[in-house]
Design a protein around this ligand. Structure first.
Ligand SMILES: *Cc1c(COP(=O)(O)O)cnc(C)c1O
Length: 430
């Protein structure tokens, strides 16, 4: 496999773009080597600048649930373009997508469109603070909510102590209002609530976290959080930027039957265009400007081209429940296929899978939170990543990511993925 053009572009890019990429995970820092530059994508495949084809298991980090360059979405975008690319004024399509989101996502009674998942989570926290008149919020160790200052807080030791900034540029003043808790541990939440009673505006989490590798909620955990938040007047926010419209048409909240007060959305919602959204209970969302006092705005929010792509995507998912049946099937085929291959090589590595999301961890211990995720052998993951890449399988270049399946994967392609997995496991263990 020749990848000279990607190498050349990357070397050149580093002169003009910090680290050569516009988002850090795209660099292959965690796995070694240079990133692949992509020229085009179609269906289950992406193609690099040297015209190598790869089977896609990232799918733009989630949005491309129907595979790349879907004709239906492409045509909707082209049709919308005929009428101009941006107006900065209300459009019919925004009303249509808002109504559709409200009908699909259980917790959402009113919704505001933004341009990214980061904007959605930043705004949701602001609204929760404005609504409750409280400053602090709880976030889970290892959960990612975009790059807003107050979310970039490292996993500190004592959960009751204040968080510390994870990145230079985030002030201690900002960090002190972010309280950290381990995922899947209700007792830890009770202790935090006890120590900060009446001061906590919100609890935000990925209900099914994908940003420390896929990790599943233990039975009763989400319902337990719901109970505590209701009791304490804390706004429960599900960050479903990743899981929304993916685990079910109504996201993890539909699948687990637990309804938060607010929800943040992104990724799939834009059909591949830059879109995010936050929504929730009417009385909370009525606090958002201009209905209420909490300011939040966006020049390109509800952009007509982006709304055309998103609306087409959501309408399709809303009217085609078989998408989720098929995705579950593919997810289970891949997870069980990999498990039996690993077993044959004498390693029962942990595979977490739910629907069209999965992560293979290079540890045999259960992975249920950030601490246990960190037990994975990341050096071995790096070797596995390279071995798969050279067999034409494009994985996320980090152990601490979920992979995302699309309906473009045929049984034949699933077979190819499993064959590449078998060869790669054999190579890296020998
Ligand atoms: C991707 C992601 C975000 C951030 O979204 P961007 O569009 O990258 O800003 C926030 N929360 C979760 C759970 C995500 O997966």
């Amino acid at each position: 496999m020749q990848i000279s053009e990607s190498k050349r572009l990357f070397a050149h890019a580093k002169n003009f773009i910090p680290g050569g990429v516009n988002s850090p995970v795209r660099a292959f820092r965690a796995v070694g080597g240079d990133p692949i530059f992509i020229k085009r994508a179609d269906g289950a495949f992406i193609y690099d600048e040297d015209d190598n084809a790869y089977i896609e298991l990232i799918n733009s980090w989630g949005p491309m649930i129907l595979g790349h360059n879907h004709p239906m979405i492409r045509e909707a975008v082209i049709a919308a373009m005929d009428n101009g690319t941006s107006f900065g004024a209300p459009t019919a399509r925004e009303v249509e997508i808002a109504e559709l989101i409200v009908s699909m996502v259980p917790s959402v009674e009113k919704v505001r469109m933004v341009n990214s998942g980061t904007e959605a989570t930043m705004s949701a926290i602001r609204v929760a603070r404005g609504y409750t008149g409280r400053d602090k919020f709880i976030k889970m160790e290892g959960h990612y909510h975009g790059h807003g200052d107050s979310f970039l807080i490292a996993a500190g030791s004592g959960a009751i102590t204040m968080g510390h900034p994870d990145s230079p540029g985030v002030t201690e003043g900002t960090a002190k209002d972010t309280l950290l808790a381990p995922y899947n541990d209700l007792e830890a939440i009770e202790r935090l609530v006890e120590a900060n009673r009446g001061e906590i505006a919100a609890l935000i989490l990925e209900p099914v976290p994908g940003n420390m590798g896929l990790t599943l909620p233990l039975p009763g955990y989400l319902a337990g959080l719901r109970e505590i938040c209701t009791r304490e007047g804390i706004i429960l926010i599900f960050d479903e930027v990743m899981t929304g419209f993916r685990l079910a048409k109504g996201g993890a909240q539909e699948l687990f039957g637990v309804t938060p007060d607010m929800t943040t959305l992104g990724k799939i919602i834009g059909g591949g265009m830059p879109v995010g959204a936050y929504g929730g209970k009417k009385e909370i969302m009525e606090f958002v400007s201009p209905a209420g006092p909490v300011y939040q705005a966006g020049t390109l929010s509800g952009n007509p081209i982006a709304m055309a792509a998103g609306l087409t995507m959501l309408n399709y998912l809303n009217s085609h429940p078989e998408v989720y049946t098929r995705l579950n099937e593919i997810g289970m085929q891949i997870a069980s296929g990999m498990a039996s291959i690993n077993h044959r090589f004498g390693h029962d590595f942990t595979i977490n899978q739910l629907g069209s999301m999965y992560s293979l961890f290079f540890t045999e211990d259960a992975v249920t939170d950030f601490e246990s995720a960190k037990k994975s052998d990341t050096l071995l993951f790096g070797k596995y990543f390279q071995a798969m890449l050279h067999r034409g399988i494009y994985l996320a270049p980090s152990q601490y990511e979920s992979l995302f399946l699309s309906t473009a994967l045929t049984d034949d392609l699933v077979g190819k993925i499993l064959q590449a997995h078998e060869e790669s496991i054999k190579e890296i263990l020998s």
